[in-house]
Ligand binder design. Structure first.
Ligand SMILES: Cc1ncc(COP(=O)(O)O)c(C=O)c1O
Length: 292
């Protein structure tokens, strides 16, 4: 993560507006049971939604992915997308130009801590909003990246709150003394994803990104694919090999927080000419227009 990320987003989250199981209250007053299965087992699903001038960017896709994630793990939330939007609305402030809405729904609290599937847990619903400034802009000079083996599970399409594999990737970067760099995760010989973002590369004017096959269907990823295709840039959804990524003209990663982050070196070797490339610049600039 870049240093400016910390500088821009330092507000104490405790003061933020929250919704918790039917009540609106400051985040600091939310009290979650230690017997919540989210806390005990990481048994829950989350979303991270960027909001610009009160409007969620890719909002429908975020809400839809949340409901699909809950369904795929049988967390029985009975809310519709509209119910979720209605709950979120009071958390969004007109005074803040940019906010993040964090949503987490767990299987709920059970009376006894046990691995077996609970019969009567009721989902715990938490949402809160925080002010936010994107850590990167068009002048961003780029980020170094390192290949790592993908240590995560086999259902990476689910936006699970169990993120130990992802945490271990960042731990490895920190141990290697490059905590602010990015990890590019490899399965077999293919680059699949980064620990909290999707991966893109460009070669000879064509954009490549892994297909949604045991990776997260990133909302930003799809927005970028749509922008590129609308501009006549060919996008191929295939898993590139590590050596193809190393020899790419451009590489970048995408997520709702960092938007599009250019990668300028991999394992110490320059990507292209070692600077953010023209396709990245074009797509990143077009992405900014979606916020208006
Ligand atoms: C593993 C992983 N891949 C991709 C993404 C990007 O998803 P989105 O663009 O919806 O933020 C994320 C976001 O947290 C992620 O954790």
């Amino acid at each position: 993560m870049a240093d400016n990320e910390t500088a821009n987003n330092t507000m104490d989250n405790n003061d933020c507006a929250a919704y918790f199981n039917g009540q609106y209250l400051p985040l600091s007053q939310v009290s979650i049971s230690p017997l919540d299965r989210g806390f005990l087992f990481g048994d829950g699903i989350y979303e991270f939604v960027p909001v610009f001038n009160g409007k969620a960017l890719g909002g429908e896709q975020h809400w839809q992915r949340l409901l699909e994630g809950l369904k795929s793990v049988d967390i029985p939330l009975t809310y519709s997308v509209q119910d979720l939007k209605d709950i979120a609305q009071p958390l969004l402030s007109d005074d803040e130009h940019t906010q993040i809405l964090y949503v987490q729904i767990t299987r709920g609290v059970e009376a006894v801590r046990k691995h077996r599937f609970p019969v009567d847990a009721k989902p715990t619903v938490l949402m809160f909003s925080t002010p936010f400034t994107s850590p990167f802009d068009i002048t961003y000079s780029g980020c170094d990246a390192y290949f790592q083996e993908d240590l995560r599970w086999q259902r990476c399409s689910i936006k699970s709150i169990s993120l130990m594999g992802n945490v271990m990737s960042y731990l490895q970067l920190a141990k290697d003394g490059v905590a602010n760099s990015e990890a590019l995760l490899i399965r077999g010989e293919h680059v699949v994803e980064a620990p909290s973002s999707n991966v893109f590369m460009a070669k000879d004017g064509v954009v490549f990104t892994p297909p949604v096959d045991n990776i997260l269907a990133g909302v930003t990823r799809q927005l970028i694919i749509d922008i590129a295709e609308n501009q006549g840039i060919e996008v191929r959804q295939v898993f590139p090999t590590a050596s193809e990524v190393k020899q790419a003209d451009e590489v970048w990663v995408s997520n709702s927080y960092e938007e599009l982050k250019p990668i300028i070196s991999i394992d110490g070797e320059k990507v292209g000419d070692g600077k953010p490339g023209p396709i990245w610049q074009r797509l990143f600039s077009s992405y900014q227009l979606l916020k208006q």
